[in-house]
Every structure is written in structure tokens, then in C-alpha cells.
Write a protein that binds this ligand. Sequence first.
Ligand code: HEC
Length: 111
Amino acid sequence: MIRLIVLIAAACLLLVALNAEAGNPNRGKELAEQVCASCHGMDGNLVLDDDYPKLGGQHADYLVFALKAYRSGDRDNDLMSPFAQDLSDQDIRDLAAWYSRQEGLIDLRIR
Ligand code: HEC
């Protein structure tokens, strides 16, 4: 019986850990609204001019990679870098989950 309880507890912990890893698009949406939408739009498709990349439909992995690069300074841009400084790893995963789920970039190989 004790073994079963330990097993169930371990399974629950694993689920919590996996969930944190995945990124929560609803929380990402809230962050996007507060911080990112003025430049990128809520759905990542606002293009103020050629300097502003589209985020909508971009691969989540790439968004995570790019945001971490701005945060660490590997990638530096006067407009963008300041907004990445205070993001936690979880913020970054949530934002990536939100923007990657929006309409936007299409992969021509699979259409
Ligand atoms: C003041 C305007 C501004 C705000 C606010 C802003 N960005 Fe950006 N963002 C930019 C610009 C300009 C670039 C292009 C920078 C460059 O050329 O490296 C960019 C680039 C990016 C990129 C790289 C895209 C690519 O294709 O490589 C990502 C990802 C990104 N922004 C996400 C965000 C997120 C998430 C937020 C909110 C936390 C945010 N941005 C807030 C202006 C902004």
C-alpha cells in the first residue's frame, strides 16, 4: 500500500514538472498583453516597420532560443533587449507557447 502511495506521489510530481516545462499559452497571453503587444501585436503579426519581426506561428523552440539570447546579451538590440531582461525561464516558455500558437508564419514544405 505504501509503495502504491509513493508511486502515485512520484507520478504527480513528474506531471507537475512536465507541465512547467511545456509553457502555458494563457499566461503567455497575459504577459504579451502587458509587455509585448505594443510592438509585436497580440497575435505577433503587427509589423510596425521592417525592423519588427513577426512572431505569430513561429516555432516555440526558436522563440525560446531568441528570447534567452536577448536576455543573456548574445543577441543585442536597443529596442528589444530591455524587454527580455526581466523574463524568467517560465515567462519565456509561456510567451513562446502563446505566440507559436497564433496564425502567422507558414511552413511551405507541409502545405
Ligand atoms: C519596443 C518594442 C518592442 C517590445 C515592447 C518587444 N519587442 Fe520583441 N522585438 C522588437 C524588435 C525591434 C525586434 C527585432 C530586433 C532585432 O533585430 O534583433 C524584436 C525581436 C523579437 C524576437 C526575435 C524574433 C526573430 O524572428 O528572431 C522575439 C522572439 C521577440 N522580439 C519577442 C518579444 C516578446 C516576447 C516581447 C515581450 C516580452 C517583446 N518582444 C517586446 C521590438 C520589441
